[in-house]
Ligand binder design. Structure first.
Ligand code: IMP
Ligand code: MG
Length: 171
């Protein structure tokens, strides 16, 4: 049996996204950055973040998957390549959650190999429990010490993405 415990309400998510968007507005004004959403988990965050931003920017999507269940399998697979030309662009990788850091570090390296002008990381949740690499998350809305959460795009084996708020999942 799975139990869902409400953790972050919609209004609080919205407020934090607004604050993050304002930081991005300041840092990227006049740079026309690309918000590069990482599929699938970031789709709701990306949709809210793009509408909260007040500066010109473009959007693309990249597909990466490494997870089955609640623990990483270690291998990063690319399931969708970006459509835009990355060379000389300012890339903001938009993730739902950074856990071990493997996915986002692999994506950052990939963007750098395509000669992006800059690559930064923006995540809804920065989870510390299992971080492996020394890496810097540039923008995060929330930090989480441990646990497994679902909702607002985040899934457990594809379930619960549709929930408008974030829940703690108890298995
Ligand atoms: P990392 O490579 O270990 O940083 O894994 C990041 C990916 O793992 C995220 O994009 C999520 O898809 C998934 N993930 C990690 N922790 C959670 C969680 O608590 N809930 C849902 N998905 C998670
Ligand atoms: Mg994901």
């Amino acid at each position: 049996m799975t139990e869902l415990i409400p953790m972050i309400p919609e209004a609080e998510i919205k407020k934090k996204i607004k604050e993050t968007a304002e930081k991005l507005n300041t840092d990227y004004s006049g740079k026309n950055p690309v918000l590069m959403g990482v599929l699938k988990g970031s789709f709701i965050f990306l949709a809210d973040l793009t509408r909260a931003m007040g500066i010109e920017h473009e959007i693309d999507l990249i597909g990466a998957s490494s997870y089955e269940g609640t623990s990483s399998t270690g291998e990063i697979g690319f399931t969708k390549e970006p459509d835009l030309v990355i060379r000389n662009r300012h890339i903001i990788l938009v993730e739902d959650i950074v856990d071990t850091g493997r996915t986002i570090v692999a994506l950052k390296k990939y963007m750098q190999s395509l000669q992006a002008q800059s690559v930064k990381i923006c995540t809804l949740i920065d989870k510390h429990e299992r971080r492996e690499t020394r890496m810097n998350v540039d923008y995060s809305c929330f930090t989480l010490e441990k646990g497994f959460i679902v909702g607002y795009g985040l899934d457990y084996n594809e379930r619960f993405r549709y929930l408008p708020e974030i829940h703690d999942l108890k298995l």
